[in-house]
Every structure is written in C-alpha cells, then in structure tokens.
Design a binder for this molecule. Sequence first.
Ligand SMILES: [Zn+2]
Length: 424
Amino acid sequence: MGVLLLRNVSFTDGRTGLDVLAQGGRIADIGTALAAPEGAEIIEGRGCLLSPPFVDAHFHMDATLSYGLPRVNESGTLLEGIALWGELKPQLTQDALVERAMRYCDWAVAKGLLAIRSHVDVCDDRLLAVEALLHVKQRVKPYIDLQLVAFPQDGVLRSPTALGNLQRALDMGVDVVGGIPHFERTMADGAESVRLLCELAAKRGLMVDMHCDESDDPLSRHIETLAFHTQRLGLQGRVTGSHLTSMHSMDNYYVSKLIPLIAEARVNAVANPLINITLQGRHDSYPKRRGMTRVPELMAAGVNVGFGHDCVMDPWYSLGSADMLEVAHMGLHVAQMTSQSQMRSCFDAVTVNNAKVLGLTDYGIEVGRPANFVLLQARDTIEAIRLRATRLAVVRNGEVIARTPAATARIELSGRSSDIDWSL
Ligand SMILES: [Zn+2]
C-alpha cells in the first residue's frame, strides 16, 4: 500500500488548512504542513473539502438499472412500481442482476459512495437476487461496504412463502431483517408482521430495517408498533424505520406523542427524498402533499435521521446517478431546511447519520481509522450540496480509486473572457 499526502484540505466541521497523511491504508497523521515521506503521492487540496465517504442507508440494488424492463411505470405510483417489479421478477437472471449491480457499484465509487445498505427482495422462491447480491457483496468488498436487508416485498404474511424465504436468506448471510407492514392485507396483519420480524431479529441478534408507513394514509400506525417492539425487545439503536411518509399526513397532536416514542426507542428514521416527492401525493389533486416524513422535527427530538437514494433507474424511479449530494439537495428543498445549521444537517444525513444507521465502525477522518474519504470541489458542506460538487478524488484504504477532473467553464463574451468561479 502506498503513501498518500493530501495538502491543505478543509474538514466538514469547519477546520481548514489541514494536511492528511495516509500510510498502510490508515490515516497516519492530521496536521498543518506535514512533511511528505519519501515516495508519497501528493494531492494538492487547495482548500477543498475532505469528507468521509458518502453512505446510502436505503437502496434496492436488485432492481437498479432495470428501467424499461419489461415496460415503464405509466402512472408513476408505488403500487404500479410493485406490480411492474412482479412482472420483471420471473424474467430475472443471475448474470443480469450481477452485471447491473456491478455497474451501479462503479457509479457509486465514482461519486464517493462507499457504503450502501440495499434491500433485496426475498419473495422469489428461487432467491436468485439474494444469491446475486451476496456474490456482488464479496466482489465489491475491497471498495464498498454493501449491507443487505432481507426484504419481503410482497408482504411477509401476505405472500405464502415469504417468511420461509426470508429465514433462508438470513441463513445464507443476509445481514438485516426487513419488512413492509403497510403492504400486508390489514393494519392488524401489518402490526403482527412487525412483531414477528422484530422477534426474529432479536433471536438472531440482527438489526431491523423496515419499509414503514410508505403511504399518504394519516392513520397508518406501523412506526408506533415498530418503536414499541424495539423497546420491548431491547433493540434500541438497532432498528430503522424507512420512509415513514404517512407521518407527513398525520394529525399534529398524534405526532407530538409519536416522535418522543421513536426517540425513546432510538429507532433511526430514513427518508428517501427523491422517491418520496415523486411517489407520494399521487392521489391528491391540489393542494398536493409532499409526502416526505417530518425530518427537521425528528432531528430536533434527537432522532438519528438519514437520507437514502432508494431507487436509480428502476420500476419506481427513472432518474438518479448514485449521487448522494443530489439526494441531500432534494431533501433540503422538500423539508425546507434552509438555515445554515439545517443545510449542514442535510450533508450529515448522507454521511455520518447514515453511517450510524448501518452501524459502521471506523467511520470518519481521524488518526488510526481507515483512510477512506472524498475530496470535493467545494469549500464546505453547504457549497458541496449547492454545486453537487465534483468528486476530485475518492480514496479507499489509502488508495485513490476514482478521480474526476474539476468542473470548469470559460465564458467568452464580446470584449471579455474569463474562467467561472462558482464560489461567492
Ligand atoms: Zn425502498
């Protein structure tokens, strides 16, 4: 492993003018004007932001890059997306799944996204996608931490073989227990699915991450049940409620009781801004609800809130490019998190907060930790979101694994020409 010295970088906490030395795959020193060891590769940071890698707390790698197969989602709704995925599932092959996932992982590396939690559908009795993504997980291990969630897309109670398949997937090495209570046949079945899946996770010592209340139904109550079983079973800090979009539509009085229960149980919340803003509110005329969960209120109550990408070019979403800054940008707008501290929180939501959701140890730029980071063409985290900053260099275990040339533009107007500087 080589030696790498980054000169004059800024940190996400506002410190500037620092050098970072990576040696033997780990961060060996952080300071000012560090001496370059013999043979070190030197990257001039020029005041740019050095961030820990981006982390995606919610993704579907088994469906990614399948846009248009076998057809596109005409209504744009969640339910047509699920139906479309059901049409595609019997046609899936292992090779195609692996090839698409590996391509997506290349995109992720280029964007400095080096840890991903992906749900994998276990409702296909062949468990083809599980096998494919376990294979991908091993292949990308040198450069991406890929965590897998056993996700019963068709409902663990509603689909007759789902529970058995889910347990088989866990036996095969899938890391996290998933669920989808709002898709079960009744509210009571949804609550029952939360109980049995949390008990299964407690028995196996695993984390839980459920698609929870992904609807505009103000009476959907599965997050309450999830928080209840989390505290009952002592799973505090190991459980995540993904989406929680119904909270957008809930009665304010009820939410004033609910959020403290989520905080007490230390249940993580993951919003998926790009997907929530496109899939929710589809049955509204005007006014049309945004549908994203109550991010600033959850954060203010001390709940760990992450942002996920959820989908890229699949039955539910036709855009995306593994760019977590685009996710943060959308989250900031949808939640109207426009104060300086709130904008910085949106950057945390795609880095440190998501790292906490995944339970990543050794995350962050500190001496002794793995030398994993991204050099962004921006001076601070707010500018990084504003510009969806270029990833000048992506470093994993002290090695540069991706580079992108700096974004530049030159204007040529009559009488004058100049290079554009996008900073204030
Ligand atoms: Zn999802």
